[in-house]
Design a protein around this ligand. Structure first.
Ligand SMILES: [Zn+2]
Length: 250
């Protein structure tokens, strides 16, 4: 484990401690809101106009906000926040996303939907296999410098096609067509050692998320400094295609 990685884990542990507290608060708040408990799962999405919430003060509370949204998604108690015309006009004047998501481009894993967020909430970076190459890293650094979000969430998902395709290319020994080889080249160092592992696609998804989490601070001084100071947290997670649930990876 690198020194930077240790710092990252320490910062994250602090954040997660705050998360545990927030999860309790969120649960109480929901229990005190009869509407949140008795509302039926929304068959027709109804957007609600809610004031843009301030950026959470620390990574733990940013993560708690995301996970609370995922819990609403899983339970069917969606709020569809920040999706009205009024919200559109508010964020047109300026954005303050509280989290950055680096996720797979897979059509079944749209962050705003599965975290029940809206306009201006998340700064999305999506590419097959949730890889952080130089272009993605520049995009993330730009958002961190410009908007001061508290959290970067690297989101892999069950049965990722980019992982499967990379294993297939490694098995065949044939180059992938066109620019698809770029994905294979990027994922190869992480996936090669797992070619004979049981349930290798699942193992590969988790390994690639962890590798990306490590790379973000190892390859970026901007991110490493903010993680070190505690103002930014970086966490890896896995999305379950069957249940809709996001699980934080240890
Ligand atoms: Zn994928």
């Amino acid at each position: 484990m690198s020194g930077i990685d240790k710092v990252g884990r320490r910062a994250l542990l602090g954040g997660l401690a705050a998360t545990a507290g927030m999860a309790t608060l969120t649960g109480r708040a929901l229990a005190q809101d009869p509407g949140a408990v008795t509302r039926e799962p929304a068959l027709v999405p109804v957007a609600v106009s809610t004031p843009t919430e301030p950026t959470p003060p620390d990574p733990g509370r940013a993560l708690a906000r995301l996970l609370a949204g995922n819990q609403r998604f899983v339970s069917g108690h969606l709020r569809h926040p920040h999706q009205t015309a009024a919200d559109l006009h508010e964020v047109a004047a300026g954005q303050h996303p509280f989290a950055i998501v680096l996720g797979c481009a897979d059509s079944r894993v749209p962050p705003e939907v599965l975290f029940d967020q809206g306009l201006g909430d998340l700064f999305d970076n999506r590419v097959a296999g949730n890889i952080a190459d130089d272009l993605l890293l520049g995009s993330i650094e730009f958002a961190v410098e410009e908007f001061g979000p508290r959290l970067i969430l690297v989101l892999g998902h069950e049965r990722c096609g980019a992982v499967s395709a990379t294993f297939a290319a490694l098995d065949s020994g044939q180059p992938a067509p066109g620019h698809i080889g770029t994905i294979v080249t990027a994922l190869r160092p992480v996936l090669e050692p797992l070619r004979t592992a049981p349930d290798r696609v699942e193992a590969g998804v988790r390994a690639s998320v962890r590798a990306t989490v490590t790379a973000l601070t190892a390859d970026s001084e901007i991110l490493a400094e903010r993680v070190h100071s505690g103002e930014l947290g970086i966490v890896g997670a896995r999305y379950d295609l069957d249940t809709g649930r996001v699980t934080i990876l240890p």
